[in-house]
Write a protein that binds this ligand. Structure first.
Ligand code: G6P
Length: 367
């Protein structure tokens, strides 16, 4: 009812607006005197140094946070990471080593495939860590260790605030692991934490742009296909942006690694096709811009999401959304906000059931 939605038209909108708080709540209990303390991890620095490989296993949006975290763990801590969809992991007889760490990510803590993946890892006596939102849920109870995302109850089927909290939990782990393994200095830790602490206000700022995105979204309620492209972390952001749009608005959308376009997808570009290009990774910026030019030349309408200051992108894009500056590892937390709003407003514009899209369930407890 209206009271539960706190004055918002939908739970999804309310939950998007809760993201600054969610991020703050997931961060602050784990930062003490300028250091990261994740007591619930129960691992000494020596044990962290002994980690051989990390396996991140999840479904849906939680999986997308894992795809992002792979870049962060590998980039910062130089620990090899494999990311698996839980439904694949459980049946592929995964090769696990006793020094591996299996991280299961789940908002509900009840997703059948994620729970089965956890049990598979445990049956091989591998250390497991759950990143879970629902306290006392099955995954929270069965994982060796649990790190809670303090997002509070999430009602809308399409996740927003739990997704944002899952990202934060993994950034914290990555920084902690990188420091314990001597990959980053105390000063770098301080800088990363400084950037993380700025995220809530930056998210707030992006949310305040909603009218602009709503206007843009209204032009696309009749779209048949939308493509999301990006490289590296921007590819992971594209996957989530694409899922948000399709699951609630029923507009067909796909995410592609921008460099893969020319191996097939580019043949689908027609006059007016919307291509959303995410370009927050400065080292890959030029490459993505050249892909934008490729699709624009073939008639695409290009909407770019990039960092503040990259105004030259306006030559290659028809519409640009700028995100405030942050560390390259954390851009997902900002770039996803306009993409969530875009999916939301296309859905609202089409008159879809935003909070309860057809055929979908909030928590998939059957295989
Ligand atoms: C469902 C939800 C998604 C969610 C996925 C994984 O499909 O609709 O929003 O990402 O399950 O759920 P979990 O609770 O394990 O994070």
């Amino acid at each position: 009812n209206a009271a539960e939605k706190g004055g918002y038209e939908h739970f999804m909108l309310k939950e998007m607006y809760e993201q600054p708080k969610t991020v703050r709540d997931t961060l602050s209990p784990r930062i003490k005197d300028g250091k990261i303390e994740i007591e619930e991890l129960g691992m000494t620095d020596e044990e962290i140094r002994a980690i051989n490989r990390i396996h991140i296993v999840a479904c849906g949006s939680a999986y997308h946070t894992g795809v992002t975290a792979k870049y962060v763990f590998e980039g910062m801590a130089r620990i090899p990471v494999e990311v698996d969809l839980a439904s694949e992991f459980r049946y592929r007889n995964p090769i696990l080593d006793e020094n591996d760490l299996v991280i299961i990510i789940s908002q509900s803590g009840e997703t059948a495939d994620s729970l089965a993946a956890l049990r598979e890892a445990k049956s091989q006596e591998i250390k497991t860590l759950g990143i879970v939102n629902v306290i006392g849920s099955s995954i929270a109870r069965e994982a060796d260790k649990v790190m809670y995302t303090w997002a509070g109850p999430e009602i809308a089927v399409a996740t927003t605030k739990a997704y944002s909290a899952q990202l934060i939990a993994q950034y914290l782990l990555a920084i902690k692991f990188a420091a314990a393994r001597g990959r980053i200095t105390d000063q770098e830790v301080e800088e990363y934490l400084g950037d993380l602490k700025k995220l809530p206000d930056q998210i707030e700022l992006l949310l305040s742009n909603q009218t602009k995105i709503q206007k843009f979204a209204n032009r696309y309620i009749a779209a048949k296909d939308v493509f999301f492209i990006g490289r590296g972390i921007d590819y992971a952001i594209s996957m989530e942006g694409s899922l948000k749009l399709k699951e609630i608005s029923y507009v067909h959308s796909e995410a592609y690694a921008a460099g893969e376009l020319k191996h097939g997808t580019i043949s689908l570009i027609e006059d007016g096709t919307l291509v959303v290009a995410v370009a927050t990774q400065e080292d890959l910026y030029k490459k993505t811009v050249s892909n934008m030019v490729e699709v624009k030349t073939r008639g695409a309408f290009v909407m770019a999401v990039t960092n503040e200051g990259n105004i030259d992108i306006e030559k290659a894009a028809d519409y640009v959304i700028y995100i405030p500056l942050t560390n390259k590892y954390f851009t997902n937390s900002l770039a996803i906000i306009p993409l969530q709003l875009f999916g939301y407003y296309v859905s609202v514009g089409k008159g879809c059931d935003v909070d309860k899209p057809r055929n979908l369930a909030k928590s998939v407890t059957v295989e």
